[in-house]
Design a protein around this ligand. Structure first.
Ligand code: PNS
Length: 164
């Protein structure tokens, strides 16, 4: 069985992520999308919320599982006997960081975890979670960036935070 993990912060999931998930789910028999529980960052959404958003958005994709992890990706992948990580590449600006991540994971895992890149569809190549949050913070239109239910959750969460 060909299995892969798509790790990320997904704070929040965008149409760009969803595009990668849908396409990777056609390449692998099973794709686990795993949300990093990064104690060092202050995310907009809790890990639980991010997992639930991903579950809702991928409910029609039977071979996609949603999970979360903390610590090193190579340890998580080893635990579940996964040998491929999937990452999306939007533009050349992503390349340096992604190359470093992929090389580090391959070195640390002694070759057990390799990375496969999918180039983001052109229509989503401008999208990033941080960009979406910034647009929303200033009351902009994010309807082309995230599914409607995610947009609602973002505005609700921003209201909670700002007391708006
Ligand atoms: O969506 P992001 O924030 O670009 O995802 C980054 C992620 C989660 C893939 C990366 O930070 C990660 O795998 N972190 C887990 C810790 C780890 O394994 N670090 C070693 C590689 S530098």
């Amino acid at each position: 069985m060909k299995r892969a993990v798509y790790p990320g912060s997904f704070d929040p999931m965008t149409y760009g992520h969803l595009d990668i998930i849908k396409r990777a789910s056609k390449v692998f028999d099973e794709l686990t999308v795993s949300v990093l529980d990064n104690k060092g960052k202050t995310p907009l959404f809790s890990v639980n919320d991010r997992v639930n958003i991903l579950k809702d958005a991928t409910k029609d994709l039977p071979n996609v599982k949603i999970d979360s992890f903390s610590g090193l990706l190579i340890d998580y992948a080893k635990k579940y006997d996964i040998h491929v990580a999937v990452r999306g590449l939007r533009a050349i600006t992503d390349f340096e960081y992604e190359l470093q991540l992929a090389q580090t994971n391959r070195k640390l895992s002694k070759g057990a975890l390799d990375t496969i890149f999918l180039t983001t569809s052109l229509e989503y190549s401008y999208l990033s979670s941080s960009g979406v949050k910034e647009i929303a913070r200033f009351g902009g239109d994010i309807s082309e960036c995230v599914p409607d239910f995610v947009a609602d959750l973002i505005f609700e969460r921003l209201k909670e935070i700002d007391g708006r």
